[in-house]
Design a protein around this ligand. Structure first.
Ligand code: SF4
Ligand code: SF4
Length: 348
């Protein structure tokens, strides 16, 4: 592990070299908001963004991904995407989300399509410079990350500190011009940034300790809140689609008109959509909006934590911003369950 100090010109030149070496997906401004997109020149990069519309997981788990090509009755061929690329400027909470996806896609039956893209990615995290309106990463322990990345950029007064780790980190460092190690004062300023981010990335205050959420949810299956909130839900699925930790997908076949060939692909799906739990024969396991609405909070606070030991909400706040009905705030829901307990036997 090494930490270097880069002035703004060194940063710009380094990003330029990255772009010359391989595809770089970084944060760009789009009207008043920010998106991850392919960078063509260093000047497009905005490390001072608040939050991106979609999380960077879209480069590892694309919205649509071809899995295999087939010829009916003949053969099929797996389709792989493993060209190396760089993700530049990933906020710590989005990086934690990617690490959670790693655990989920590696367990039981490893998902080779996901894993190949993940191995191809060099991820450079950037500490948050500007808090978004709804971020609460400070409440769920994701405001700062200290390991598992390939690079970490932190803004300090007249430039950035770049920490690099592992083989991919060495490659990142090899593209620096006249690298100079960070001194003790600069490292201390980085600690201040981390402390500050833990404190300020709390636009909503979660009053339930994350490790107690599972038990709270087990006691809240029949809580009236689910019906009350779901009455306003449009089943639009926006809260799912902007979430960095959601990973559900649907697998479909698309045959050519000739019927001689086709592709099997997967697309993002969302548990708030009406037909998400529909199975052959037309049965829907979650036919009501309340059942679908409740499921999302159980998924984040109980089911995924049971699998990987971590809360599946990293506090990015995107769902809060995306929900037109104003009902998708996990902090508000969990706090209400805590403050207005509803004991029920069904959960036992
Ligand atoms: S549930 Fe909402 S706040 Fe939590 S990670 Fe998903 S989008 Fe972000
Ligand atoms: S974004 Fe809001 S309205 Fe849309 S599905 Fe989610 S909770 Fe319902």
């Amino acid at each position: 592990m090494s930490v270097y100090k880069l002035n703004m010109e060194q940063l710009r030149n380094w990003v330029g070299r990255l772009i010359a070496e391989r595809p770089v997906y970084g944060v760009r401004q789009k009207d008043e908001r920010f998106v991850f997109g392919r960078l063509k020149k260093p000047e497009e990069l905005r490390l001072d963004y608040d939050v991106t519309i979609l999380p960077p997981k879209k480069y590892i788990l694309p919205t649509r991904e071809n899995l295999l090509a087939y010829q009916p009755g003949e053969h099929y061929e797996s389709l792989w995407a493993d060209e190396p690329f760089v993700l530049l400027g990933v906020h710590p909470y989005d990086f934690v989300a990617i690490r959670q996806l790693d655990l989920l896609f590696e367990r039981e039956k490893p998902d080779e399509h996901y894993l190949r893209r993940r191995r191809a990615a060099t991820i450079i995290v950037a500490d948050v410079e500007r808090a978004s309106d709804n971020v609460f990463a400070g409440c769920v322990g994701t405001a700062v990350v200290k390991d598992a990345f390939d690079g970490l950029l932190t803004r300090v007064e007249d430039g950035y500190l770049l920490e690099v780790r592992g083989e991919k980190g060495e490659w990142l460092a090899s593209l620096l011009e006249s690298p100079s190690p960070a001194n003790a004062a600069e490292l201390s300023r980085r600690n201040d940034v981390w402390e500050n981010n833990r404190r300020r990335l709390r636009k909503h205050e979660l009053k339930v300790p994350p490790e107690q959420l599972g038990d709270l949810l087990r006691r809240s299956v029949d809580h009236p809140l689910w019906e009350e909130k779901a009455r306003l839900c449009y089943s639009c699925g926006s809260c799912n689609l902007v979430c960095p930790t959601c990973y559900c997908f649907d697998v479909r076949d698309e045959s050519d008109w000739s019927l001689d060939k086709g592709v099997r692909y997967r697309v993002w799906d969302g548990c708030l959509l009406e037909d998400f739990a529909m199975v052959a024969g037309g049965h829907n396991f979650r036919p009501t909006r309340a059942a679908r609405y409740r499921h999302r909070y159980y998924r984040k606070g109980l089911y995924v934590p049971e699998m990987i030991g971590e809360l599946a909400c990293v506090g990015c706040g995107r769902c809060i911003t995306a929900c037109t009905a104003g009902i998708a705030n996990p902090v508000e829901v969990y706090n209400r369950l805590q403050e207005e307990p509803h004991e029920d036997d069904a959960a036992e």
